[in-house]
Design a protein around this ligand. Structure first.
Ligand code: DMJ
Length: 682
């Protein structure tokens, strides 16, 4: 208890003219405020109260993401502290783990490789010199258009070079308002809380397991293909290094944070581990595979109260389990795939049959994101390969039926622009929404990819898929293809409200590979011309950068004369270890045997090693591909680096043309190979 205020103290205080004035003024202000408030009309008062409540609600809603950002800042500050002391300092290991040995800067592969030796040595640049001063504004591909932010406002390059590129004349841009800054990565996890069981799949017998592929077949390549031994081994080294970080600091969790030696959770499904399974099999990493398999057998449970994103879970987890089942023949992967597939089914219970973005796999409920009833077009049209394969294996048609219904609906939907689709579709009406932006990048990319790949998967019998694909490529040629001024590079830009923008996401670099795959399957030869030209552009997006790594988004100069083709805006200079360019290089090499595609892939791998490799294990996304002295590590290794990027690099360097031949397998959009079904008899 505090003693009551002494009267003489109050008197004394009030005798002080300043205090008294202040006291009286305060009283007066309070009274006049109250009078003013009373003078307001009822409507005005209600309006003010309503606004205050709204502010409070908005504040509460955004609190979790803001506090997440604060946590992120403190992570990075911690790293900065460590970095100040230098990587050589003895760092305390994660609780319960042995201290990780210090990994020296990676020189071994380059030293072993004659091509690398022939190159002039670049000055040594310390890997991951400094963190950006500011935390990134994550530029994820999935988020509502209403929450997109002006790119120029949020500078992501961590204090790198200012954007000095001139505004291109003749380029009509509306790019800034198209920047997406809100992540869908908002899943809340109540770890290990058992809930009511989800609806399970019809209990039918699975198809007989396919004969497994021998992982040592890949190893045999090493003995016979001298030209590529060191390159294949370099990919294995990279994988082992990435895996070491994951194993030491993130085992069983979704993603490794290699700088802070911790992990991040998205769905709580061991995302990196499951995404990596088939890569380990293909690379012949038997021990690692066995350990990961045992985790899947004993630890991986889908019976948990967690909201997952339907698309991401399908392509990474369901796709990873199905392909690993095919490669290894191990029943456990099919069992897990069936369990997961059945738990994802509630997403399709919508008025339009266009699935919701999020499913709670424990509760069996689904919903759209908080801010909209829209789903992303690429998301609802890029789950078909996996669900169809699940039906094929289980002889249970329910999975195939729901995704084929989506394809059928989208096929006949008005609102396409010469085969190009908008980015959103409404789950109530089943109609496209937010029309006007047409891109081969974020939110639409894999729609095009899956048209072709489903057609191939189904033995080239589903004409509506081929028809949509061919029409879309004509739409691309008509509306989106341009050439840069300086080097006449071919680009695929975007239409924003029917105006062209010379902007190309790195995601678009899946296109050369897909076009080449189409031509390999008998589609028009001129698609290959476009593929060759685009492949060059995608490579230049790496080569023209100071780190040899592509930005997330490139803008191109359409003006003639000298100068740079690729222009990087400050907010777009990050690299997330994405696979699309090396994916396309794999297809281009397989179909043309032109060795330059392998050399380009080799250059890219070396740049990853130089600027994204973290000494103690793992690779990290970086914030600024233009600043080799300060690439700005982001402390995150995406699961697709192991699931896709390293797998495609390995397949690119392998001389074994039968290893996952595109005549026998179709790769899902997360690089998980699924078998092509035998054609039905004519
Ligand atoms: C992957 O998850 C898939 O390739 C998806 O289709 C696009 N984004 C990432 C890789 O960049």
């Amino acid at each position: 208890m505090y003693p009551p205020p002494r009267k003489d103290f109050i008197a004394l205080t009030l005798s002080d003219p300043h205090s008294r004035d202040a006291y009286n003024n305060g009283k007066h202000r309070r009274r006049s405020c109250w009078r003013k408030w009373k003078q307001l009309s009822r409507l005005q008062r209600s309006l003010i109260l309503f606004l205050l409540i709204l502010l409070l609600v908005v504040g509460l809603l955004f609190y979790p993401s803001v506090s997440e950002q604060w946590r992120g800042w403190s992570d990075k500050e911690e790293w900065l502290e460590l970095n100040d002391r230098g990587f050589k300092a003895e760092l305390s290991p994660a609780p319960g783990r042995a201290p990780a040995p210090v990994v020296q800067p990676h020189l071994g592969d380059a030293a072993a490789d004659p091509v690398a030796l022939a190159k002039p040595k670049e000055p040594h640049v310390p890997v991951l010199a400094k963190l950006p001063a500011k935390r990134k504004t994550s530029l994820n591909k999935r988020g509502p258009p209403s929450l997109q932010k002006d790119a120029n406002v949020s500078r992501l390059n961590g204090g790198g070079k200012p954007d000095v590129a001139p505004q291109e004349a003749g380029e009509e841009e509306e790019e800034d308002k198209d920047k997406t800054i809100v992540s869908w990565r908002g899943a809340m996890i109540e770890a290990d809380r058992a809930t009511e069981p989800s609806p399970s799949a019809a209990p039918k017998e699975a198809a007989a397991p396919p004969p497994p592929i021998d992982p040592t077949a890949a190893a045999a390549t090493l003995e016979v293909s001298s030209g590529n031994v060191s390159r294949l081994e370099a990919v294995r080294d990279a994988f082992r290094h990435a895996w070491k970080g994951y194993k030491d600091y993130a085992w069983g969790h979704d993603e490794l944070k290699p700088i802070s030696k911790s992990f991040s959770e998205w769905f709580g499904l061991g995302l990196t581990l499951v995404d990596s399974l088939d890569t380990m099999w293909i690379l012949g990493l038997k021990e690692e595979f066995a350990e990961a398999k045992s985790w899947v057998e004993n630890e991986l449970s889908f019976d948990k109260n967690v909201d997952v994103n339907l698309f991401e879970t399908t392509i990474r987890v369901l796709g990873g389990l199905l392909s690993t089942y095919h490669l290894s023949g191990e029943q456990v992967f099919l069992e897990k795939a069936k369990d997961l597939g059945s738990r994802l089914m509630p997403a399709f219970k919508t008025p339009s049959k266009i699935p919701y973005s999020d499913v709670n796999i424990g509760k069996g409920t689904a919903h759209p994101p908080r801010w909209t009833s829209d789903s992303t077009v690429a998301e609802v049209t890029s789950i078909q390969l996996e669900f169809r394969e699940l039906s094929h294996l289980t002889q249970d048609p329910q999975y195939q039926e729901v995704v084929n219904e989506v394809s059928k609906l989208v096929h006949q939907l008005p609102g396409k622009h010469d085969g190009l689709v908008p980015m959103f579709i409404n789950t109530n009406s089943g109609q496209f929404s937010h029309k006007g932006v047409f891109t081969l990048g974020a939110r639409a990319d894999s729609y095009y990819e899956y048209l072709l790949k489903q057609w191939i998967q189904g033995g080239k019998t589903e004409d509506h898929l081929l028809e949509d694909y061919l029409q879309a490529i004509e739409g691309v040629k008509k509306h989106l293809v341009r050439q840069t001024g300086p080097s006449r590079l071919t680009i695929v830009g975007e239409l924003s409200h029917y105006r062209f923008s010379a902007k190309m996401d790195h995601l678009v670099c899946f296109l050369p590979g897909t076009l080449a795959l189409g031509v390999h399957n008998g589609l028009p030869g001129d698609h290959m011309d476009l593929a060759v030209q685009l492949m060059e552009t995608c490579y230049q997006m790496y080569k023209q950068m100071e780190t040899g790594l592509s930005p997330e988004i490139a803008h191109f100069s359409l003006q003639g004369g000298a100068g740079q083709d690729v222009v990087v805006k400050p907010a777009d200079g990050h690299n997330l270890l994405r696979p699309e360019t090396v994916e396309s290089l794999f297809y281009m090499y397989r179909f043309t045997k032109n060795a330059k595609y392998r050399d380009w892939g080799w250059d890219i791998l070396q740049s990853f090693n130089k600027y994204t490799k973290v000494p103690n294990g793992g690779y990290t996304s970086i914030s600024n591909v233009r600043d080799p002295a300060n690439p700005g590590p982001r402390d995150k290794m995406e699961s697709f680096f192991l699931g896709e990027t390293l797998k495609y690099l390995y397949l690119l360097f392998s001389d074994d043309m039968e290893l996952l031949s595109p005549d026998k397998y179709v790769f899902n959009t997360e690089a998980h190979p699924l078998p092509i079904w035998p054609s039905p008899p004519k």
